[in-house]
Write a protein that binds this ligand. Structure first.
Ligand code: SF4
Ligand code: SF4
Length: 284
């Protein structure tokens, strides 16, 4: 097997040319890494944008539908509700009151990943049921009556009408704010998907990738996920690996992060020869 070894890392082939196994020389910890994460510019900072003359925070486009999380994560966040309800928007409180302050929708379940969806306000809708849109519309009309929402306002219009119940008016996340205010480690406590977005870090599987269809996660075009690299360079966007440094270290350790960071730098200057690494691998 063709392996490239340096003082801090080694790389070896994965089972696809879009991936590389990166190991650190000290602990020999190996993570299967999607190659495009090694050179992608990303920076997250909620800011005001304008859509059809309407000013909204960009997080209205990425936090528009809540997120899928585990039962353990739900339990942790549910415990914080009494402490963070003053941060939440009125429509979120209204929806929570209608649902006995249960923060997730038990009917919206992803059996493959064993995850439930956090509620979105003012009216919930089931993204998984897009092909049953008409039926949903009827149900949603009922919801809207309950929550006094303007029924003329279509849920697929931009800017999106719905938002995750934890999205605050100022475009920041109430859970994130709570953990910061309480001096708790948000990287460990906040929902995993929200801490690692748009990366998919899976220490349990030893993989690091983009979330599937990551550039379609936002409801509309957002700068941070734009494919316009020139724009991001002009705005001095950092490499995603450096932007997400703390969360990658939390999931995979500091030594492995050092290996990843050096490997990514070498990859970007062209010293990782993929043809060599995959030279004696039969991928069929
Ligand atoms: S991920 Fe992008 S769209 Fe979402 S809050 Fe951050 S900068 Fe805005
Ligand atoms: S929990 Fe916070 S970061 Fe996650 S979708 Fe909701 S508002 Fe956004």
């Amino acid at each position: 097997m063709a392996i490239i070894k340096t003082k801090s890392y080694y790389v070896k082939p994965s089972d696809s040319r879009e991936w590389l196994i990166i190991g650190d020389i000290i602990n020999h910890k190996e993570v299967d890494v999607e190659i495009k994460t090694l050179d992608y510019l990303f920076h997250c900072e909620p800011k005001e944008i304008e859509i059809d003359g309407i000013k909204v925070m960009c997080s209205r486009l990425c936090c528009y539908t809540g997120c899928y999380v585990s039962k353990e994560e739900i339990n942790e966040a549910q415990r914080q509700i009494p402490k963070i309800s003053s941060y939440l928007q009125e429509d979120s409180i209204k929806l929570l009151k209608l649902n006995n302050f249960q923060i997730y929708n038990p009917d919206d379940y992803d059996p493959e990943e064993n995850l439930y969806k956090i509620r979105c306000a003012p009216a919930e809708w089931n993204f998984a049921d897009d092909d049953e849109e008409n039926e949903d519309d009827d149900e949603e009309m009922e919801d809207n009556k309950e929550t006094n929402v303007d029924e003329e306002n279509d849920e697929f219009d931009l800017p999106p009408r719905n938002h995750c119940i934890f999205l605050m008016k100022n475009g920041y996340c109430a859970l994130h704010k709570y953990y910061l205010d309480a001096n708790e480690n948000w990287i460990k406590k906040k929902f995993n998907i929200c801490s690692t977005f748009p990366l998919d870090l899976r220490p349990q599987d030893g993989t690091m990738a983009f979330m599937s269809d990551f550039n379609e996660f936002a409801f509309g075009e957002v700068e941070c996920l734009s494919s316009d690299r020139d724009l991001k360079e002009k705005l001095n966007y950092p490499q995603i690996i450096e932007e997400m440094r703390d969360v990658i270290i939390d999931r995979f350790g500091e030594t492995w992060f050092g290996a990843l960071s050096q490997c990514a730098k070498d990859f970007r200057v062209g010293t990782i020869d993929l043809d060599y690494i995959y030279s004696d691998v039969d991928l069929e």
